[in-house]
Design a protein. Sequence first.
Length: 68
Amino acid sequence: MSWDGDLRKVRKRATAQGFRVEKRDEFWFFWPADRELPAVRIGGTPHHSGRAWDNFMAAMKRSGDRVY
């Protein structure tokens, strides 16, 4: 799947779990329903490093993303 397609799936899944999702400039921000946890941020384009996606998914998991 493509970067955009994968990101779209994560956004849909996150909002269903109560995350607030917002795009600001070149980045997507995911605020968990638990307000004590920090927002998770990822660049809006795939030109970032290859580890960006893995790091993003690990941060989402730490923020309470329950579907893997």
